[in-house]
Ligand binder design. Sequence first.
Ligand SMILES: Cc1cc2nc3c(=O)[nH]c(=O)nc-3n(C[C@H](O)[C@H](O)[C@H](O)COP(=O)(O)OP(=O)(O)OC[C@H]3O[C@@H](n4cnc5c(N)ncnc54)[C@H](O)[C@@H]3O)c2cc1C
Ligand SMILES: Cc1cc2nc3c(=O)[nH]c(=O)nc-3n(C[C@H](O)[C@H](O)[C@H](O)COP(=O)(O)O)c2cc1C
Ligand code: SF4
Length: 673
Amino acid sequence: MERKYPHLFSPLYLGKKKVRVRNRIEADPTLIPLLSPESYPTEGFTAYYRAKARGGAGIVTIGETAVEWEYGRSHDYQINLWGSRAEDALAKVVDAIHQHGALASLELCHGGVFADLPFLGGRKPFGPSPFKRPSDGLITDAMTLDQMRMVARAYAEACEILQRCGFDMAVIYCGNGWLLGSFISPFYNKRTDEFGGSLENRMRFPRMVIDAVRERVGDSLLLEMRISASEFDPFHDYGKDAAYYRNAICIEDAVKAVKMVEDDIDLVEAFMGNRADIHQRYANKPSCFQPNGYYSSLARAFKTAGVKIPVMAVGSMDDPALAEKGIAEGSFDMIGLGRSLIADPELPNKIRRHREEDVRPCLRCYHCLDRNTGRYNTDKVLRFSTKCIHRFMCSVNPEIGQQHMYFPPSGESRRVVVVGGGPAGMQAALTAAERGHKVTLMERKNALGGALCFADKVPFKKVVKDYVDYLIRQVGKSSVDVRLGVEATPELVEAQSPDAVIVAIGAKPVVPPVPGVDGDNVIMAIDACLNAEKVGRRVVVVGGGQVGCEVALYLAGLGREVTVVEMRGTLAPDAGFTHRVGLIEKIEENVTALTETACVEITPRGVTARDASGALSFLEADTVVVAAGFRPLSEEADAFLDAAFDVCAVGDCRHVGDINTATRSGYDAALSL
Ligand SMILES: Cc1cc2nc3c(=O)[nH]c(=O)nc-3n(C[C@H](O)[C@H](O)[C@H](O)COP(=O)(O)OP(=O)(O)OC[C@H]3O[C@@H](n4cnc5c(N)ncnc54)[C@H](O)[C@@H]3O)c2cc1C
Ligand SMILES: Cc1cc2nc3c(=O)[nH]c(=O)nc-3n(C[C@H](O)[C@H](O)[C@H](O)COP(=O)(O)O)c2cc1C
Ligand code: SF4
């Protein structure tokens, strides 16, 4: 049988015992908040990792686990490894992963200077040297030799626990500013004793840890080293901060560091990043502004330099052609997938079975990272609150976090009409059809996609376009009866005698009450994307939320001179935290942005703006783009209330949100039928 990706799906043998991995895909560690109050894995946790194994990954790795509980914890979602209840729960996770043919791995991490104070009981975080933390200004301690021995012992003990629970591999995290990575890094390590200075000295503590582990568990556990092969982003212009960030682990150092320990580790993952560098928050999990495999050249550098052990590339490696080519050419031996396996844990199997068109693409929106950890923006202050976490979620995979739940079939096939073919309507229709209902989807335009039709035009929204295309394909393959070009009215819907109606008619743009807003030179944001040829050379975008900023960026990319005026003090406060970091960087590079500035009048020649001091200025523009937010079509949705006994509104017509809220509300509504 001819295989499209023979290298990607060929086995790999790891370690001295030649442990077989069925293919070249590791499900990279991605934490989930599904732990018991004592921090033990729950059923949901097990189901999450089971799904990755069942979906075909060769190795499934459990995320960032604190290797010791006194100084090592850095956040809420770390498993408690200690005690028989922990071991019982972990053994079940291992069994679930093994049941579906994958190797089970767990990442061991020590928070080091980034350990989180609430878990430290008054103790001070430590690292190689005193370090002033950017988040709170706290200056951390330098570790003593006794503390290093304590941590090395903790790694050995943790690996012994993993061995007892049946794990095949442990990941020793040596990057991102966590403890071991910080010792290797000249950015953190300023010691003048035998643990600082030369690379040999900086590697002495990680070496001590690896030796302690090998002494305790021998070759019975595979060891992966996840290293920041570069702590700064080699493809990014840091401007005036360049010297500060470049005094960090670089690829040349990383290659030498790996060569120093490669006899005792079995696999190395070429990660990128440093927690102290906010740019890395999105660059090491490439955003919509970066290509697939953004930093896979770091993995290639290991291979070129003759690293003997298998090397893994990571960072949006979900393009199978790219992965296949890289492995075939010898640029790397494996790929690590993070977000794409949250979006679709079945990705490996679908690709292997030549069903790429069924892979649900990841949007690179970071909601799994930010919303699930309660991270949000408030006027430049990063807030973190676990209180706002209700359900672990992914913008495109509404089942995530609920994989352990069984929703019984409704028992009867009901006639369901869905009004509106945006993401909410399409998801509702798909889920209802999967549950055995007879679904009719009415869309007034001649194409499905709703507000997301803009994504066709905007190059950095390719991921959104891929998602819309995916939904349209899935609807096409399903039993849903799609009626395009049909403006649904309550009468028309009622005439179908539906048992249930799901209304997903979206929102409409807010037109601010500014003199001149109805002028010929004014265009709404979505129309500016769809018809960029109508937009003149000089542009003012009124409204600097996420949509305004992204439209501005798109137009700037087309060569327009763009100014954004925003009344609030910050740009894009509605964007997710991590996406916003990248977006603001791009805005600063390409667009003039005026915050605390209101548009008070639009004339045929431009915009009169008033700044925070009350001073007026005139911004010349050929075109004014309005991006002043959206209003839910709630009353229009309520008009359908008498069309059936069960009627509900989903997506933007219920509450203006995004793809995440649209997908989830569509899914939830269909699940309730
Ligand atoms: C320019 C722009 C950029 C955006 N970028 C992003 C982004 O990057 N990420 C993100 O997550 N979100 C983004 N959003 C938001 C996202 O598009 C919306 O939240 C999402 O599309 C809402 O989905 P929905 O299905 O509820 O509504 P919509 O997508 O608006 O779909 C509603 C559909 O209902 C149809 N309809 C309305 N009335 C009727 C009727 N009577 N009969 C039949 N059909 C009807 C409409 O034609 C439309 O197709 C963006 C929005 C805009 C405008
Ligand atoms: C929700 C989420 C949780 C993550 N948790 C961890 C973690 O526990 N440990 C870790 O080393 N990396 C973690 N990462 C990083 C991923 O392992 C991965 O390296 C990164 O997302 C880049 O791969 P991707 O582009 O395929 O997503 C996480 C990423 C996400 C999105
Ligand atoms: S939440 Fe967004 S970034 Fe995370 S996996 Fe889902 S689509 Fe991808």
